[in-house]
Design a protein. Structure first.
Length: 615
């Protein structure tokens, strides 16, 4: 229970309002409450619960009994029952902050952020110094995309409590969401110093490092490797089933079997697996489910909702199902289950698609990529896993059926070229923004549209505009837009763009595919790691290597060349969709067969089977 609940405890046994004559005497109910609370404090929860229910049977409006019974339900994982009991408690005592904080926290954990903000706001008006409540309030605002309001809550909280992990870590998360990478990284390090064992903060730091233009690939790889050495704890496995040939049991582990960009790329694979050779399992680790979740559930033989399972419970489930190959689709991204990979519940583990770097874990055997995204040699040194390079793009893009036609080049009617980048704000590094400013200077009269999460917020937009102001670019040449929720509107915005600028050091993936499908050529800067080479991979497999730059100067020259040749750029635009349609980038069956070949080869090597064994 909250330490701040002392004010409630001091009022708990005060005489309540007289009860109607039909119920037991108030003194009897209060005696039961004292006895029940003593049991509760001593950990005898069944006895305490029995007395609380006895009180509520006699007087359903006894708010303290509802609250304490809710605490028991909460501690035993019965969250919906706990929330109902907390609501009853608040109904009985609407201005008791302890009850409001408990209900608000329950709403927060249930992702009912609107309700959490309302309830916690009421509680904080009554008890403004409650740290946990203010933290949950700020994080609820963050989840509702009310980022500037969240900043006004979490920044002062972290400043006033510099020795507390929670405020520090949550502010770091907010900084990252705002795209303030250089503030987020030291804030995460500070949080880790306060709680060196906190796995989530370590994962968040590793994930954030991929966006930094001040850390090179070797430094980031070393941080991942150090993490892996600290946390890898493989547990004994039962002997694998030696019978062969047979169907391989392949499990996919992800928090993103829902409306998420990962499904754009893994969805086709799940649909097209050869069911005669592979028995497919999906382990969904996110509490949110939607129509995409339901569709995937029907496409695979075995589905497990694992959001409520602990890491140990999930690992046990994977072992019990005798999964041969576990494929992680998240790495260190939000909702990951790195701790499950660390104990290696399957004989062979892959990481693929959802994370642009090594996991750092020696318990993960392979990472799937291609030779353009991870060229042989240096890339092998940067990864703990063995790199399996597909003879094609490492992913497959399924264009959205709602995409409009590309339309003509907007420069023809406008008289000037419009550049654009629709990558999320996290990817808009200072280096990228400075390069974009140089592009505008090199292409007189041109314009730039930046569209992404947070750009509609003054605090985020202001920082972006400062970079262009410093470079001497007039403000009317840069159009900042927030994200567009409707797919048709989002894709339709590409009809306003002549040339797309790929972000760096963390390239776009979905946005690059979308731009190319919409007929917009993409210029990318090839970097020193996978995250910085995805653009080079996608363009390389399409035969568009002339749009891949080796440095910023070449990046600017390519953009200026395209801007100076409107007709040539228009001809490229007219043929881009067909070029993509005819490429391996949309060959769903081809990618699936290559992945299956990787799985079978890895299994046969693990079992020391002859390479020509047939099923």
């Amino acid at each position: 229970m909250r330490a701040a609940a002392g004010s409630w405890l001091s009022r708990l046994f005060r005489r309540r309002k007289a009860t109607p004559p039909a119920v037991l005497p108030q003194a009897t109910l209060d005696d039961w409450m004292r006895e029940g609370y003593a049991h509760h404090q001593d950990g005898r929860l069944p006895e305490a619960g029995r007395l609380y229910r006895q009180i509520l049977q006699a007087d359903p409006g006894y708010a303290d009994a509802s609250y304490l019974l809710g605490r028991i339900a909460d501690s035993e994982g019965r969250s919906e029952e706990a929330a109902a009991l907390y609501r009853d408690a608040v109904k009985g005592k609407p201005d008791e902050p302890t009850f409001l904080f408990a209900l608000g926290n329950q709403y927060f954990r249930a992702r009912r952020f609107d309700d959490a903000v309302q309830t916690l706001g009421h509680a904080l008006a009554l008890r403004p110094d409650d740290i946990d409540g203010r933290t949950d309030y700020g994080m609820s605002l963050l989840e509702m995309w009310r980022w500037e309001e969240a900043l006004a809550v979490l920044e002062p909280l972290a400043r006033s409590h510099p020795d507390l992990f929670g405020p520090c870590a949550n502010l770091a998360s907010l900084y990252r969401q705002l795209g303030w990478v250089q503030e987020a990284i030291p804030q995460f390090r500070k949080a880790i110093a306060l709680d060196p064992q906190h796995l989530g903060a370590q994962n968040a730091l590793l994930f954030t490092l991929n966006y930094s233009d001040r850390h090179d690939a070797a430094t980031i790889a070393e941080e991942h490797r150090a993490f892996g050495l600290r946390h890898a704890r493989p547990a004994p496995l039962p002997p694998p089933e030696a019978r062969w040939p047979r169907r391989l049991r392949v499990g996919y582990l992800s928090p993103d079997f829902r409306r998420h960009v990962v499904m754009t790329f893994i969805g086709p694979v799940l649909e097209r697996h050869d069911r005669g050779k592979f028995e497919v399992f999906c382990f969904h680790t996110h509490p949110v489910k939607d129509e995409v979740t339901e569709r995937v559930r029907t496409q695979v033989e075995h589905w497990s909702d694992c959001g409520a399972l602990s890491d140990a419970e999930l690992a046990d489930r994977i072992r019990a199902l005798r999964v041969d190959i576990l494929v992680d689709l998240a790495g260190h991204t939000s909702g990951h289950r790195i701790a499950v990979l660390a104990v290696k519940p399957a004989p062979i583990q892959f990481t693929y698609l959802g994370y642009p770097n090594t996991t750092g874990l020696p318990t993960v055997d392979y990472r799937i990529t291609d030779a353009l995204a991870d060229p042989p040699g240096r890339a092998d040194e940067l990864n703990v896993e063995r790199l399996l390079r597909l003879p094609r793009p490492f992913l497959c893009y399924r264009p959205d059926s709602r995409a409009p036609d590309p339309g003509p080049p907007p420069a023809r009617s406008r008289g000037y070229v419009t550049f654009g980048s629709f990558n999320n704000t996290l990817k808009l590094s200072d280096s990228f923004l400075d390069a974009a400013a140089k592009v505008l200077i090199a292409a007189p009269g041109s314009r730039l549209v930046l569209k992404g999460d947070g750009l509609q917020m003054p605090s985020v937009a202001g920082r972006v505009r400062q970079r262009f102001d410093a470079a001497g670019v007039a403000r009317e040449r840069v159009d900042l837009r927030g994200w567009t929720a409707a797919v048709e509107d989002h894709l339709g915005t590409y009809r306003e763009i002549d040339v797309a600028l790929d972000s760096f050091p963390y390239n776009g993936t979905t946005t690059t595919c979308e731009a190319l499908w919409m007929g917009v050529p993409v210029v990318t800067l090839r970097g020193d790691c996978h995250a910085a080479r995805v653009g080079a991979s996608l363009l390389g497999w399409l035969g568009l290597t002339d749009l891949v730059a080796g440095d910023v100067e070449e990046f600017v020259r390519i953009c200026a060349r395209l801007a100076s040749d409107v007709e040539g750029a228009g001809a490229l635009r007219a043929g881009l969709r067909e070029r993509v349609r005819a490429s391996s980038l949309v060959d769903e069956a081809g990618l699936t067969r290559e992945l299956e070949r990787c799985y079978r080869t890895a299994w046969m090597q693990y079992m020391h089977l002859e390479p020509d064994a047939k099923q």
